[in-house]
Design a protein around this ligand. Sequence first.
Ligand SMILES: *Cc1c(COP(=O)(O)O)cnc(C)c1O
Length: 468
Amino acid sequence: MVDFRNLPSVDEVLRNPIAKKASHVYGHAPTCDVIRAQIDLMRHAMARSDSKALSRAQAVEQIAHSALTSLSDEAQPAHPPVFNMTGTILHTNLGRAQYAPQAIAAATQAMQGAVALEYDLETGRRGHRDSAIAAQIAKLVGAEAACIVNNNASAVLLALATHSLGRETIVSRGELVEIGGSFRIPSIMEAAGARLREVGTTNRTHLHDFQGAIGAQTGAIMKVHTSNYVIEGFTKHVPAKELADLAKSADVPFIDDLGSGVLHDLSAWGLPAERTVQQALEDGGDLVTFSGDKLLGGPQAGFIVGRKDYVAACNAHPIKRAVRLDKVRLAALSATLQLNADAELVARDLPTMRFLTRTVAELDAMATRLIEQLAPKFGSAVRVSRAECDAQIGSGALPTAKLPSIALQLQARDLSAQSLAAALRALRVPVIGRVANNAVLLDLRCLEDEAGLLAQLGGLVAQLEKQW
Ligand SMILES: *Cc1c(COP(=O)(O)O)cnc(C)c1O
């Protein structure tokens, strides 16, 4: 006969201080649910008589503890923070750009109180949501006007829907890109109601191909940055300037989708040069589109900059309202643009640019420091050494450019590299690396919190023991 007399009631457990704390943090109803479930578990354990005999007070304590643990496990954020040690600086799956401290402060302030979002302080009347930021970016890049939207995909969608609805947009066959699986030029064009008019071939497109396609049906000419591939060998593409002139003579806009949107000459930092937004405008881009969270280093956002009347039409289109930004991102974006006014501030305060411009010597010194501290922690269970590797910018900027970088190379004594990578992902703050040559490489290019990483890796051997 099983003795259930020491099984407490929900109310009894709720009077325990740990359960009270749980109820305060996670709410009364969810705490009751979890306590009830824990009592059931204990009842089953007793029935199978595989639990040791507990006093009533012990049972209350144990249930309260398990309830709190279970509630805090469930309360993990949907997108937990991780260490990005993949070597891809702008990793779309890991959230792309990290905000500058100024952007974080501005966003936090916007979250906490009321802001003059669509309010003109001079007249006391309704104002425009993004006229201030539009002026800021227009001035930075030397454009007549700007339109701010949710991301670059919406910028392209809006530009096409505004200017090419039911009409043809002419694009080179070499530029029908797919980015990250869900952004494809032909699909976005279809969604915008524009008809794709492909010209040329995959490797060669001439000006006369575009000229031959111009007609009464033409809505726009478009150029797309081939963000994640290069076509090499026997190739020919038409310079933006010539396409801009052709568009002008046909009285349609020339849309130049840059993707990443660089505002500074990267070669000044010894990096490969990338066409800047300013250059695209100088080349005659009427509607130049780019992202906020790629090389610009800010929050997710999209920009359309260029000719005043063409941009104004985008701003007046109903889709603009559907893809507008909220006050928090606008605040972060404005602070990010302020930094972008100065190349020195950019390299100092924008994490993306800091990661990009770090020297190998710097990373080397970091590797030495980390290995010194990690080797004794790992003992014989994990071998750690320094490895040379290549990092990349990611998110479609300079797809073939490789940035020399340094990684920690980890090899577990009794586990495959895949299992070691899984153990690293199972740490309290997951460490995301990549597997190469039967080892896990942790690229140091994006690491700034060395102490934080050491604290996580300190738990690695214990995590491996769980898997053995
Ligand atoms: C990244 C990219 C996009 C999509 O931008 P999102 O900001 O991710 O919406 C569109 N076009 C090009 C060329 C890109 O590189």
